[in-house]
Design a protein around this ligand. Sequence first.
Ligand code: FAD
Length: 398
Amino acid sequence: MDLDFTMEEEQFRAEVRAFLKAKLPARIADKVRTGKRLTKKDHEEWHAILHERGWLASHWPPEYGGPGWTTAQAHIFDEEVSLAYAPRVVPFGVSMLGPVLIKFGSSAQKKHWLPRILDGSDWWCQGYSEPGAGSDLASLKMSAVRQGSHYLVNGQKTWTTLAQYADMIFCLVRTSTEGKKQAGISFLLIDMKSPGVEVRPIITLEGEHEVNEVFFTNVRVPVENLVGEENMGWTYAKYLLTYERTSEARVGAATAALSFLKQIAQTEQKGGRPLAEDPLFAARIARVEIDLENMKTTNLRVLAGSGSSAAPLELSAMLKIRGTEIRQELASLARIALGPYAQPFVSEALDEDYQGAPIGPDYAAGIAAHYFNERKLSIFAGSNEVQREIITKVSLEL
Ligand SMILES: Cc1cc2nc3c(=O)[nH]c(=O)nc-3n(C[C@H](O)[C@H](O)[C@H](O)COP(=O)(O)OP(=O)(O)OC[C@H]3O[C@@H](n4cnc5c(N)ncnc54)[C@H](O)[C@@H]3O)c2cc1C
């Protein structure tokens, strides 16, 4: 098997690099490199740049605005944007809702919502989890009762990432309590500006406002915002999750994090020598590099085999587990490598206009926050324990 990229693929890599050199704002790349806070405006700016080039929705079919890339091209693009310290495209519209609308949405929904995802008119968030319905998602209770031309929605979502910025939320709602709990769920698009929607922040371990609780009290949602058929939402929800979990493989991000870790290990000293020469630390870097190389090959093999940018359920679970474990190990190693510099956590130092004296090298300020933030990886998009259960059930046909 030839694992090298072809000459055309290497030419494509050069084209991506040239684009990044010309178009990725240095101010934003520097923020990503040093772990500084990205604003909503930063995300929107990068989103618009990619959209202008036609490279935003790398996995959408060309007829809806995707670039029509092969698996290898998408992989190369992912690797290069990460190595250049570009921000991750906020996934809720482009990577989650987009594929669901393309497969299950009506023509009117595709025509209306897909261009708005691409041009950034709507910032989407994901309303799946509820208190008591995370791993056991099908137990969700938020209700939508049809009343003529609208649904009346009541209930609560939680852990809703970046809902404070969102214009729209896609929600799993209960439209029936008859029969199996999975059979009474529908997929509804809700305007965050509707009367009765309230967003309350949840502050995470590292002191950031990334997630929220969202409350819905007698919210009226037009029936045309129902995706697909009533009570069929579980099918669409699972389809979306295969995209979400596959995208958590994030081999590009891990490749960039490994390269960054190696730079730190060359710079930081232990016993008068670069940390990279310490046999125990070098062995840990080697271990994670081997895992990442295996992951890269597996990711490419699985995606090429599935002919889509989402792997089947059990394989997307596998990619999610390994991808998140590798990134958590890389975040741990970066924290260990920086030793005392990683310990003082000065939240204001993550702001763009911070004028205080840095503690250690410029990239040290964000290391502790990054480490704490990355603890979420093994929980969100379905916890890694639950992903193992999915793999077991599918493989053993339980
Ligand atoms: C930072 C962050 C961002 C998130 N963003 C979003 C978002 O934008 N939208 C959204 O809808 N959700 C979001 N989530 C929610 C996420 O999907 C849930 O947290 C996740 O599914 C776990 O559910 P839970 O928190 O209710 O934990 P629980 O389901 O209560 O699980 C608690 C623990 O029990 C374990 N456990 C549960 N069931 C089993 C089992 N059957 N076998 C073995 N172990 C089990 C779990 O692994 C976990 O360790 C986010 C979560 C986090 C942490």
